[in-house]
Design a protein around this ligand. Structure first.
Ligand SMILES: [Zn+2]
Length: 340
């Protein structure tokens, strides 16, 4: 414990390579310690009690997301988007609104015109978003401003920090700051599921359960329909495939085998294969930089899914998954007979 404290004290003065060496040492121990729940936690496979399945009877959902951390990553967004387009995929690109790079209006419009989604990734990426409630609420106003400006419905916290109850202050349809299992994250408590989960707003009249969601973008329908209390909430979408940074930089995996294996397990159990890949760490040009990994790890994984699971997965952006989930749950609870 003391060693860890000392490490955080001197951390800002250490070079990247030494910091990474220390993180890798702890990561190896964690991997050993948590091998029964990572990369697969068997208990996360259970579908929610009122689960209605994926559209068109698909076996599982396949969802791609990207957090853009630095200017280096911002400059590689186009290459990443082109790679996905070539293979027939779409994703959400999560930008930091007030970080070290500027997000241009043209970039947002361009992504949307290509049917990609844009999400908000914290406000500053300084790890302090949840330090104090008052600070959070102030930042939430700014975050809501960017959600509106970018016409975004989704949020992801920097460093996967999460206080799900606080996120009701954001104008979101979904949040994606959690995971089914990830002992390598600083806040390692996972959501424990590979399915979407409704997060009801705790205050207000009437008791809600996670089994009776309503769309937060349409409060009028909730008031009209007496089945639902007029409260709101949002959908939590845990990422379920290990992050690229964890696999290739921290654990120094040489292949994408863990993605492939876990996707097979998720497909078998009918959940969401939801990945988070950072353009910052992708080596598109074969530079062999030790803080990056070859683009082929990601491209080959996409090809693998496309070829091995043709017609078996529903490919959608996170917001499409969240909206579909809310709709299907409402139908399940309130209008079962009319469900198509
Ligand atoms: Zn981040």
């Amino acid at each position: 414990m003391l060693r860890l404290k000392l490490y955080y004290h001197v951390k800002p003065f250490l070079p990247w390579s030494l910091r990474m060496a220390v993180r890798r040492y702890f990561a190896r121990r964690k991997r050993q310690l948590h091998q029964d729940i990572w990369p697969i936690d068997p208990s996360a496979s259970e579908a929610p009690s009122n689960w209605t399945g994926w559209p068109d009877d698909k076996d599982f959902a396949f969802i791609l997301s990207h957090d853009v951390e630095t200017q280096v990553g911002y400059d590689k967004v186009e290459q990443l988007v082109e790679l996905e387009e070539r293979l027939g995929f779409r994703s959400v690109i999560n930008f930091i609104p007030e970080g070290q790079y500027r997000v241009s209006k043209e970039r947002i419009q361009n992504l949307k015109s290509r049917d990609f989604e844009v999400g908000v990734h914290g406000l500053h990426h300084d790890g302090k978003l949840y330090n104090r409630r008052s600070t959070f609420e102030k930042r939430a106003e700014r975050i809501n401003h960017y959600l509106k400006q970018w016409d975004s419905n989704g949020f992801r916290s920097p460093l996967m920090h999460h206080k799900l109850d606080w996120l009701h202050s954001l104008d979101i349809t979904y949040d994606a700051s959690t995971f089914d299992t990830d002992p390598f994250e600083p806040q390692p408590d996972g959501l424990g599921t590979i399915f979407p989960k409704w997060i009801p707003k705790p205050e207000g009249r009437g008791q809600r359960t996670e089994d009776s969601p309503q769309p937060i973008r349409n409060p009028q329908s909730a008031i009209r329909n007496s089945t639902y209390p007029d409260e709101s909430g949002y959908v939590e979408l845990p990422y379920t495939l290990p992050q690229d940074s964890t696999l290739f930089l921290l654990l120094r995996e040489k292949t994408n085998e863990i993605w492939i294996q876990k996707t097979a397990w998720i497909a078998k159990h009918g959940g969401m294969a939801f990945i988070n890949v950072h353009p910052d760490y992708i080596d598109f040009d074969g530079n062999g930089n030790s803080s990056q990994y070859p683009a082929s790890h990601y491209a080959d994984f996409l090809k693998h899914v496309k070829e091995s699971y043709a017609d078996q997965y529903w490919h959608a952006t996170p917001n499409e998954v969240a909206e579909r989930f809310v709709r299907s749950q409402r139908t399940e609870v309130g209008e079962r007979k009319s469900e198509a």
